[in-house]
Design a protein around this ligand. Structure first.
Ligand code: ME8
Length: 654
């Protein structure tokens, strides 16, 4: 992201009020909140918008099915989103509702502008409409001539008078915009998808409906009261009406948005329709549209009917809100899909947070209390620990570009490097030995190094874990704000003094899953009656000693279709090939595979494979391997397991 724009406008999608919030919604909002907090801390004038999308046929039908008036129903569900974000301390500046009078006035203004400049005309729309996705589809895209290609539900045939937006007229301008702004869509791989779609040709877009009523009316001067606006036109406009477009324009100097944060499901609306609308309105383009991946539960899309929805409030209450925030942002590379598992969350809490961060703080508090009455003076750190300081600064320098490039998982990974430097330094220099040897100055400098690292990490981690980092800064007696950010992160390594205070452990160890939903298999096992257990034993025996596992356990393995985009031999190895495998993430994974006896590098290039995608990385002959390929081997040799037909890289297998 460019830094010339001193204002930062950050948005989430506005959420439909046909359902209550789940972890997918929380994920988008938490990323946006993290960016907003980072922007504020780094001194940018920040405006953070979220809200609810309340018009359209889907909402009208949802209200009807519950026997409620549409407005009352929208009020009720909108409030549940707002309450959740308030409970989560989401630092939004405005919560917009598309039923707000100002918003509707702004949308009408936009319609008039686009109409006056000749981009809107009236015709008849005939085609298929998916109410669930609120999207028109041409016949050619339907599954079996009837079903929605996105959600699989039956579409309805619509034939009605409609106003159209001349989307087709914007094809070249859109392509030029994507080309001139390589990071307008993040991750960059998504930009290619959008370009391919637009290059395929754009149809004009039907932007009004007459067959229902729950929407923004057309501007009065068009004198066409039976039309209401297409919900996506209405919804996308929220990004400017929230700033006063069509009303007082009070905050329009925040436009263009620095980043529209969205899920990949709504990329087309944001990366094609929205820029075209903006071009028609003569408004500047957003800087970035950032599309994250999909959270699944046990490998499946979450939905109420499947009963597999993860409630973010429950997770936050059980495991701690900040721990949940950290987990979501650390666990999944931005743009990739993630499967929610309590085990993975517990591992992150006990390992990254408890061992690497919490214990470090405890050790520092212990050492400084024992040797120096809780005082830390870092004047001599560079005298003894310059090498460590260099590594810490090297790491800190890398952080800002990562967060603004949406590589938040890498940001967190990089932020753990200074913690590792600190933990290793304690083991290497052993302050207790230094004290025994009378090297007090050196021991104090070591404490200074560690306190400095903890302070810097607390500042940089604050946007992700605001509550925890406020506690860490309180224990070190400083405040996290733009001043400390400037001094400790941007400034040179000024010596700081800290006075340490004992605090409660930040990350008590979690021994077993805390949520009912995913009860540990073993616990269920204990509750079974003895005769059930013995029956199961005989069944297991039938499996010739192979233990039976539940579906939950199976789905802990993330299997994905991958495309081999590069293949070479590992020098000096008889068995290994070094492959780069596209598994639908921003960058291909490096996989070292022991298949050279059966496949050459050329054999593997451009083929598809099945990848175990959530194995801990390992090193083989000095090469990092971030996955494993499925293969079958018998006395006749080994063969790869591959999808029967070509599948998009990253498609989950299960
Ligand atoms: O699409 N994993 O609203 P929506 C990750 N009103 N993210 C998920 C998710 C999942 N399983 N499920 C939902 C709409 N999301 C429109 C938007 S904007 C002008 C109008 C997140 O309630 C993700 O960000 O269906 C997705 O884009 C958003 O919720 C969709 O929410």
């Amino acid at each position: 992201m460019s830094s010339c724009h001193k204002k930062a406008y950050i948005t989430t999608p506005i959420y439909y009020v046909n359902d209550i919030a789940h972890i997918g919604h929380a994920y988008t909002t938490i990323i946006a909140d993290t960016l907003a907090r980072y922007s504020r801390m780094s001194g940018l004038d920040t405006y953070f918008l979220t809200g609810t999308d309340e018009h359209g046929q889907k909402i009208e039908e949802a209200a009807k099915s519950r026997g409620k008036s549409t407005q009352a129903y929208a009020d009720e569900i909108s409030a549940t989103f707002k309450d959740l974000w308030d409970e989560f301390g989401i630092s939004y500046d405005k919560f917009i509702r598309t039923t707000d009078a100002d918003h509707m006035k702004g949308v009408q203004k936009a319609f008039s502008v686009m109409h006056d400049n000749g981009d809107i005309y009236k015709d008849v729309y005939k085609g298929h409409y998916c109410i669930s996705c609120e999207t028109f589809f041409p016949e050619s895209q339907l599954v079996d001539g009837e079903f929605c290609p996105e959600c699989g539900k039956p579409t309805t045939i619509v034939e009605e008078e409609s106003y159209f937006f001349k989307l087709s007229a914007y094809q070249d301008k859109l392509l030029a915009w994507y080309k001139e702004n390589p990071d307008c869509i993040l991750p960059k791989s998504k930009r290619n998808e959008v370009i391919r779609f637009v290059e395929g040709g754009l149809n004009d877009l039907s932007i009004t409906r007459t067959s229902f009523d729950w929407g923004v009316k057309l501007p009065a001067n068009l004198n066409d009261p039976k039309h209401v606006m297409y919900v996506w036109l209405d919804a996308l406009m929220n990004y400017v009406t929230a700033l006063g477009y069509g009303n007082d324009e009070a905050n329009m100097d925040f436009w263009p948005a620095r980043v529209h944060l969205i899920g990949k499901d709504i990329l087309r609306f944001h990366a094609v329709y929205w820029p075209a609308f903006l071009m028609s309105l003569g408004l500047p383009m957003p800087k970035h549209i950032a599309a994250h991946g999909w959270w699944t539960r046990d490998g499946e899309k979450m939905s109420k009917s499947k009963g597999n929805v993860v409630d973010p409030r429950e997770v936050a209450n059980a495991y701690g809100l900040d721990n949940f925030r950290y987990f979501m942002l650390r666990e999944v590379p931005f743009g990739g899909d993630g499967d929610f598992s309590q085990k993975a969350l517990i591992d992150r809490i006990n390992s990254d947070l408890g061992n690497d961060l919490g214990n470090l703080l405890n050790r520092l508090i212990g050492m400084s209390g024992k040797y120096f009455e809780g005082k830390v003076d870092s004047s001599n750190v560079s005298k003894y620990y310059q090498e460590e300081l260099n590594e810490v600064h090297d790491s800190l320098d890398k952080l800002e570009p990562l967060i603004f490039d949406m590589q938040i998982h890498r940001y967190l990974e990089e932020l753990w490097r200074p913690l590792s430097v600190a933990n290793k330094s304690i083991d290497k220099y052993q302050p207790w030995t230094l004290m025994k040897e009378g090297k007090e100055e050196e021991a104090m400098a070591l404490n200074g190094l560690i306190a400095g690292i903890l302070a810097k990490v607390a500042i940089m981690l604050y946007p992700v874990m605001p509550e925890v980092c406020t506690k860490i800064s309180a224990a070190l007696h400083f405040t996290i704000d733009n001043d400390t950010w400037n001094r400790m992160i941007k400034g040179t390594n000024l010596p700081e003094t800290f006075t340490l205070e004992k605090i409660e452990p930040l990350f008590p160890r979690v021994e077993e899953p805390l949520l009912e939903q995913a009860e540990p298999i073993d616990k269920k096992e204990e509750e079974k009656k003895p005769e059930q257990k013995s029956k199961q034993k005989t069944e297991s025996k039938k499996e010739e000693g192979i233990a039976l596992i539940g579906i939950d356990q199976f789905f802990q393995t993330s299997l994905k279709v991958g495309t081999v985009v590069k293949a070479e031999e590992v020098p000096k190895s008889k068995k290994l090939l070094l492959l780069q495998v596209d598994v639908g993430e921003e960058e291909p994974r490096q996989v070292v595979a022991g298949i050279k006896e059966w496949y050459s590098a050329d054999d593997m290039l451009d083929t598809q494979v099945c990848v175990v995608a959530n194995l801990k990385p390992a090193k083989l002959m000095g090469y990092k391997s971030e996955g494993m390929l499925l293969a079958a081997k018998d006395e006749n040799g080994l063969c790869m397991i591959r999808p029967e037909k070509p599948k998009t890289a990253g498609t989950p297998i299960g």
